[in-house]
Each structure stands twice: as C-alpha cells, then as structure tokens.
Design a protein around this ligand. Structure first.
Ligand SMILES: Nc1ncnc2c1ncn2[C@@H]1O[C@H](COP(=O)(O)OP(=O)(O)OP(=O)(O)O)[C@@H](O)[C@H]1O
Ligand SMILES: [Mg+2]
Length: 459
C-alpha cells in the first residue's frame, strides 16, 4: 500500500502450519501481522487493537469464524473480514457474505495466490470507503457550520461541542439571549449528525395556543375534535429518524410540559383523540432565551422536564462578550449581501468598523445582521460608511456614561457604588441567590462578593 501506515492484519486459525504460512507470507508483503490460535484470542485482540483486516478460519475448536465475525462486528469492528475454509458449502459462504464478510477462500493446495488478490482487493475497498466517509464528513462540516461563524475562543469551543454532541442522540438544550444563534446551532448539530439526511423539524412552541401546539406536535385522529376530518401526523412523527427542534420551550404551559416529559421518557407519542402508542425515533433539541432554573424555582417550569432536556446544555455567549467576532461577522454579512443584493460594496470603512466594535449589541448577531443590511441598502458609495448605521450604533452607547458627564459634575463614587450594587442584585437574582455562582458571574472571588454584599446590605 502506498500509505505511510501499513495495513494491520489479524490472522485467526487453530492450525499452526497455516497460521505461520500466512504470517510469513503477509509480512513479506509489507503488512503488520498479528496471529491468534483461537477464536477467543482473536476476539480479544480485535477488541484491544484496530485492524484493517481479519482473516479467520471457519472451523475452530472454540468459536467458529462465523461467530467471530458476528462478535467483532458487535464490538464495532469496521474493517474487512475474510474467511478461510477447508471445504465450503454454499450455505456457509452465503451466510458469511450476508454477515458482511468481504469474501471467503478455499484452502486448496495453492491458495496463496488467490489470498493475495482477495487481501489487496479487501484493503482497497476499505480505503475507498474510508475516503468516501472522510469526504462526506468534511463536506458536512463545511456546510453544517458554514453559516455559523466565529473566531473568538468561546465560539471555537462551541464548534468543538457541536462536533462532539452531533455524533450522539443526547437531548440538547441551547440557551442564550435573543439573536445569539440558537437556531443556527440546532441546525448545525443536525447537519453534523448521522441523521443529516433525515428531516429537521423546527417548532416555535411560543407561537401556538396550548391545544393547537398539542395537535401540531402529536397529530390527531379523525373526529377527535370539530374540524378533524381525517387522521393527521404530528411533527414528532414527521421528524421520525431525524431531529425536532423545540424552540422557545420555556414558553410552554404546564400541561404541555407534562406531555413533553412523557415523550422524553417513553419515546412514544399518542395522537390527540387516539389510544395507540406510536414509537418515535427522534433527536430532540430544545432552546430558550428564558432562565429555566429561575422558572423552575418559581414553579413555572417542571424540574423533571428541565433535567430531562438539559442532558447536554449549550450556552451561547452574547455578542458583547466576544467582541473579536464583530469584524468577522460584519465582513461575513457584507459578503453575503454582496452576493444577494445584486450590488457590490467592497469594504467596511474604518469608522464604521470602529462604531460596530464599540456598540453593545443587546439584540446580538441578529441586530448586527439587520444593521448591516440597512446600511447596505442606504449606502450609495463603494465603501460601507458609518453614516447609515442606526443611531444607537453610531452614538456608541458603550461610552455613554462617560459622554453623559454633566457640565455641573457628579458624584462618581456614589454612581459606581450604585452600579456595583445593582449588578450584585442582578447576579443573585439570576442565580436564584446562589452566592458562589453569582460571584462567578461577576468574575469575583466568593470572598470579595461577600464583602460587597455586606457593604451594600444586599441579601
Ligand atoms: N455565529 C453566527 N454566524 C453567522 N450568523 C449568525 C451567527 N449567530 C447568529 N447568526 C444570525 O443571526 C440571526 C439570529 O440567529 P438565530 O435565529 O439562530 O438566533 P436565536 O438565538 O434563535 O434568537 P431568538 O432567541 O430571538 O430566537 C440569524 O439570521 C442567524 O443566521
Ligand atoms: Mg430562535
């Protein structure tokens, strides 16, 4: 093989002469070869090391080669498998091929030539398949996260998390302020998952009344209510084998929360008015911009449902916490506008960039995207200037406190203390009074947090 790594081959045969013959022959061909004398040893080796190919005798005293094939596949062996046999019946041969063996070889007098051909064929087949899988994965990676960009450390970490969680079926809860990209992340997870070819169904739970949401999600049977003229599949069924995105899950009422909990526990649904339990195979991703733990504390969100959906929580940072991403995003939106608006604006002016970087972006990436679009439409020159940015952006509210210094002056210390006190209170509110967490939220040690709590008489 031309690759820098030699293919690794495992030989399993109870007959010593055959084992040694194969070992010497394949080593001469340049392969890395390991041999086992029993099926059990072979299985143990296959579990411990990765092989590209296993060549096994069919008839062995402990387990047969067919059993070994089944066992290694069960242990996630993805390489090739070739069976050797002294005499083949059509049945064993067919059985072997059905179970995913690449081929079988009869131990005739001079079978080494045939073996050589089959071994090279099997390894080439594997190489092509791996290459295909790699290309498919790369393609998905580019397209799956292609629209989700960010170079800040927090976004880079997010990309890693998306990759990790994509390969699982764990339920994911995405939280973050409005406009931080929660839906984009949900799509990226789906597109990077083995379910990418199946459907991605997005439901805005906050946009329906409770009864409407129920029939949307679970479907209904004919006659279950006025207007139910025929059976209808719900979105959980539509999303079968794929992913369902339950957006704004924090906006669901208590009755719906009970029903969602049931789906998560039982993995079955019942249509409205129906009695049949319909099994579903759906990956669930939920999102909200509300503070679910606080809602749990207020008995507005079921605690058991919260734990069920937050198996894998992903928190999207607000844009103001990752200012490195602002120029990148602004240029990304500019080039997208260039591609879709039928006009070209070559660059962002330095002044515009400075304004964009200086703004707090309470509406996060969505607000930035909208500001760019608006400025693009209004701009008549060949450079995107600051003058068409929204008033709030160009006035640069980040420095507003400084700019607002009244001519008659003011008490800076009292002002700073006031700000500190309200941040302390806000941090405690968000963490439900958990002081350690509130301190962390403000980047303070627990000790200094306690100090300020006493100073300002906050509890
Ligand atoms: N990292 C990013 N890269 C590129 N575009 C982004 C990014 N994050 C968000 N966007 C864009 O910003 C807009 C808002 O994103 P999205 O709808 O995913 O936000 P959201 O968190 O679901 O907001 P809401 O809570 O209001 O529903 C979309 O147009 C999206 O394409
Ligand atoms: Mg959204």
């Amino acid at each position: 093989m031309a690759q820098s790594t030699r293919a690794r081959i495992l030989i399993v045969d109870d007959e010593r002469s055959i084992r040694e013959l194969l070992e010497i022959f394949l080593k001469k061909e340049g392969f890395a070869v390991v041999a086992a004398a029993t099926g059990a040893d072979g299985l143990a080796l296959a579990k411990a090391t990765e092989f590209d190919l296993i060549i096994s005798d069919i008839k062995m005293p402990d387990i047969s080669g067919i059993d070994l094939l089944r066992d290694v596949r069960a242990a996630n062996f993805t390489g090739q498998f070739i069976l050797l046999t002294a005499f083949a019946t059509a049945e064993t041969a067919i059985q072997a091929l059905k179970m995913g063996a690449f081929d079988y070889i009869l131990k005739t007098e001079n079978f080494m030539e045939e073996l050589k051909l089959v071994v090279y064929g099997a390894l080439e087949d594997r190489r092509l398949r791996e290459e295909n899988r790699y290309l498919r994965r790369e393609f998905r990676k580019q397209h799956g996260m292609g629209n989700l960009i960010g170079k800040s450390r927090s976004m880079q970490e997010l990309f890693k998390m998306i990759e990790l969680v994509s390969s699982t079926t764990s339920t994911v809860l995405i939280t973050g302020e409005s406009g931080t990209g929660k839906e984009l992340v949900a799509k990226a997870i789906h597109l990077n998952s083995p379910r990418a070819d199946e459907s991605f169904v997005s439901v805005n739970c906050g946009a329906f009344t409770e009864t409407l949401l129920e029939s949307e999600l679970f479907g209904y049977v004919k006659g279950s209510f006025t207007g139910a003229a025929s059976n209808k599949k719900g979105l959980f069924e539509v999303a079968d084998k794929g992913t369902i995105f339950l957006d704004e899950i924090g906006d669901t009422g208590m009755a719906m929360q009970v029903k969602l909990l049931r789906v998560l526990q039982e993995r079955t649904i019942r249509r409205v008015g129906g009695s049949e339990e319909i099994p579903i195979d759906v990956r669930i991703i939920a999102a909200t911009n509300r503070e679910l733990p606080a809602m749990v504390a207020e008995n507005e969100f079921r605690e058991d449902l919260f734990y069920r959906i937050s198996v894998f929580p992903i928190e999207l940072p607000p844009l103001r916490h990752r200012p490195d991403d602002i120029p990148l995003l602004a240029n990304f939106f500019l080039s997208r506008l260039n591609a879709t608006m039928g006009r070209r604006i070559d660059r962002l002016s330095d002044d515009a960039l400075k304004k964009l970087e200086g703004y707090e972006w309470p509406g996060n990436v969505r607000e930035l995207e909208n500001a760019m679009e608006r400025a693009f439409i209004l701009e008549t020159g060949d450079e995107l200037s600051a003058r068409h940015l929204p008033e709030s952006v160009s006035s640069g509210n980040r420095n507003r406190a400084v700019a607002d210094l009244p001519p008659e002056g003011f008490d800076l210390e009292a002002y700073v203390e006031g700000v500190q006190k309200s941040y302390l209170q806000e941090a405690l509110r968000r963490t439900n009074g958990v002081q350690v967490k509130a301190a962390e939220l403000l980047g303070m040690s627990y000790r200094s947090f306690r100090h300020y709590m006493q100073k300002y008489d906050v509890s």
